[in-house]
Design a protein around this ligand. Structure first.
Ligand code: UDP
Ligand code: MG
Length: 138
């Protein structure tokens, strides 16, 4: 059993894709074990994406991530990190495999609907950024 962290980003929430994203994870045999809707401040988005601080897209990305509500989730199951990343598709929707969330719904490289942790280390940091132990279920 592995845990990963995912977000339906502000563009996904606006496009009414919360159920679509969760449904695609559940179809992979994964389960939602924590969930909340929240609206990040710019500072909170900067803390979440601190790993990208030096990137040229950092300011634009953190502005986008704080422009509307998001749905933050812990997704659990066998190979959860890999399965979520595969279901999402490549960062750039133009390179995302057909049938992935980003290939189907992203509008540009930034507005790509969904976030998923890329390693056990990032999953641990990202889960703890949003959820306490008491908010997580098995
Ligand atoms: N992003 C962007 N321009 C880029 C690369 C990334 O706007 O050239 C945004 C995009 O929203 C992406 C997020 O920054 O999802 C985080 O980038 P990362 O490389 O971690 O991609 P991910 O792990 O989300 O596929
Ligand atoms: Mg990433």
């Amino acid at each position: 059993m592995e845990k990963t962290f995912s977000i339906v980003k502000p563009d996904g929430v606006k496009k009414n894709l919360i159920g679509e994203v969760i449904g695609r994870f559940e179809k992979q045999g994964l389960s939602v074990t924590a969930i909340k809707m929240t609206h990040l401040t710019k500072k909170q988005a900067e803390g979440f994406y601190a790993v990208h601080k030096a990137r040229p897209f950092f300011d634009s990305l953190t502005t986008f991530m704080s422009e509307g509500p998001i749905v933050a989730m812990v997704i659990s199951g066998d190979k959860a990190i890999e399965k979520v990343r595969k279901t999402m598709g490549a960062t750039n929707f133009k390179e995302a495999a057909p049938g992935t969330i980003r290939a189907d719904f992203a509008s540009d490289i930034e507005h790509n609907i969904v976030h998923g942790s890329d390693s056990p280390e990032s999953a641990a940091f990202e889960i703890s950024y949003f959820f306490s132990a008491l908010e997580q279920h098995c």
